[in-house]
Ligand binder design. Sequence first.
Ligand code: TYD
Length: 142
Amino acid sequence: MSVWDCQLVELPRIIDPRGSLSFVEGSRHIPYDIRRVYYLYDVPSAVERGGHAHRNLVQLLIAVAGSFDVVLDDGDSEHTITLNRPYIGLLIPRMIWRVINNFSSGAVCLVLASLPYDEADYYRDYTEFFTAVKLEHEKAMS
Ligand code: TYD
C-alpha cells in the first residue's frame, strides 16, 4: 500500500434550505461493509491521535465538524491531508501509518471501519510497522 492509495471520497450531499445532509452506504460509496463506527471529539488542539497502522482494517475518516490534518505514511513516503468538509471522506487502506493532529476547536472525526475493534490488528510501534512493510514489499517483488 502507498500513501497514494489513500483516496478522498466525495459523499452525496442533499442541500436544502433546512440544512444539508450527507450519507454513506457500505459497499456503495466505500468498498466495504461498515462493521464499526467511532468518533473522536473534545480533542485538545495540541494533541495527536492515531499514531498507528492496521494489519487488515480499512477506514473512512470524515470531519463531520471542524477540521484536522491526517499525516499518512507508507514506510516510504509521507503525505498530509486536511479534512474540513462533512461531505468529503478519506479512505485509508490497510498498512498505512496515520497520525491525526491540528484539531480545530469543536472538531469531530467520524470513522467508519471495516472490522470490529481488535487490538491485535494494530501496529502501535513504528519500527515494527516499518519492518512489516519492507517484508511485504520484498515478498511482492520476489
Ligand atoms: P486508539 O486506537 O489508541 O485511539 P486513537 O488511535 O484514535 O488515538 O484507542 C484509544 C482507546 O480506545 C484504546 O484503549 C482502545 C479503545 N478503543 C476501543 O475500545 N474501541 C474502538 O473501536 C476504538 C477505536 C478504540
